[in-house]
Design a protein around this ligand. Structure first.
Ligand code: AMP
Length: 217
């Protein structure tokens, strides 16, 4: 299956993507994770992306689209993938369509995770992410780790993403509304959008998502 996951920052895209990709046996491709890996490895691409990310803005399409296409061209993604955080504007969605068309394949679904705005701000402000694996996500109040600052799953160090500060979150939400939300209409016109609520326990949301993808909503 070829799936695109959309939703505001804090909707739980990374967490859900990891479970869904495992259930569906397809790779989880997160452009945010690819940028963060480039930043920690000190690559030129990482240097270009960092200032945009720290400010809560989108990294320019010239950088992002090539990076996403390179990842999708790897052998593990031949039979499907779950895209998390890409496309993030209509021009990226159009580029993705062209790339898929060139390979004579199509998207199967666009899963839209819905969550109220006040919930988003609460989720992000307390979010702590594992340095080893970004889908190991905790929350200081809602799902605290057993030992403060330590990942329950792998023992990695938990940290607060630089772009999870309140000011940057507001900017990311604004960017989401103005640039990313229009892709939902773009894909709705292709009959691809399935919307589910991202509220509730992680496993409940995963089940809802799997049911929606199977078509028995
Ligand atoms: P995420 O981990 O998906 O929340 O992404 C973190 C940040 O990486 C975003 O706020 C953007 O600055 C950047 N980013 C991730 N994916 C994209 C994309 N498809 N286009 C532009 N910027 C992106």
């Amino acid at each position: 299956m070829r799936i695109v996951l959309v939703g505001p920052p804090g909707a739980g895209k990374g967490t859900q993507a990891a479970f869904l990709a495992k259930n569906l046996s397809i790779p989880h491709i997160s452009t945010g994770d690819l940028f963060r890996a480039n930043i920690s490895q000190g690559t030129e691409l990482g240097k270009q992306a960092k200032a945009y990310m720290d400010a809560g803005n989108l990294v320019p399409d010239e950088v992002t689209i090539g990076m996403a296409k390179d990842r999708m061209a790897q052998s593990d993604a031949v039979n499907g993938f779950l895209l998390d955080g890409f496309p993030r504007n209509v021009s990226q969605a159009e580029s993705l369509d062209e790339a898929l068309k060139a390979d004579d394949v199509k998207l199967d679904a666009v899963l839209d995770l819905e969550v109220p705005e006040d919930e988003v701000v609460k989720r992000i402000a307390g979010r702590r992410v594992c340095r080893n694996e970004s889908s190991h996500v905790f929350h200081v109040t809602y799902s605290p780790p057993k030992r403060e600052g330590v990942c329950d799953v792998c023992g990695g160090e938990l940290y607060q993403r630089g772009d999870d500060s309140e000011d940057t979150v507001r900017k990311r939400l604004e960017v989401y509304h103005t640039q990313t939300e229009p892709i939902i209409d773009y894909y709705r016109a292709q009959g691809l959008v399935v919307t589910i609520s991202a509220l509730g326990k992680v496993d409940e949301v995963t089940k809802r998502a799997m049911d929606a993808l199977k078509g028995d909503k």
